[in-house]
Design a protein around this ligand. Structure first.
Ligand SMILES: [Zn+2]
Length: 65
């Protein structure tokens, strides 16, 4: 089984808080940074991701973030 080395957040609220903090801190920077959160299939907790969600999911994230 693959071991997940990403930072773990127990719920989506905590993940979104962390995402907001990182985004405001890195607002002046360009380059790779987390843009969304996702529920991990390996560890069943939330992670930040730099992959942009698409479609319906993207609209939900925009509403949250
Ligand atoms: Zn994981």
């Amino acid at each position: 089984m693959a071991k997940c080395i990403k930072v773990k957040y127990p719920n989506s609220r905590k993940a979104i808080c962390a995402l907001r903090a990182i985004r405001s801190k890195n607002a002046h920077r360009s380059g790779k940074q987390p843009v969304a959160i996702h529920l991990c299939g390996f560890c069943h907790v939330w992670h930040l991701t730099s992959h942009k969600p698409a479609g319906k999911v993207a609209r939900q994230w925009n509403a949250l973030i």
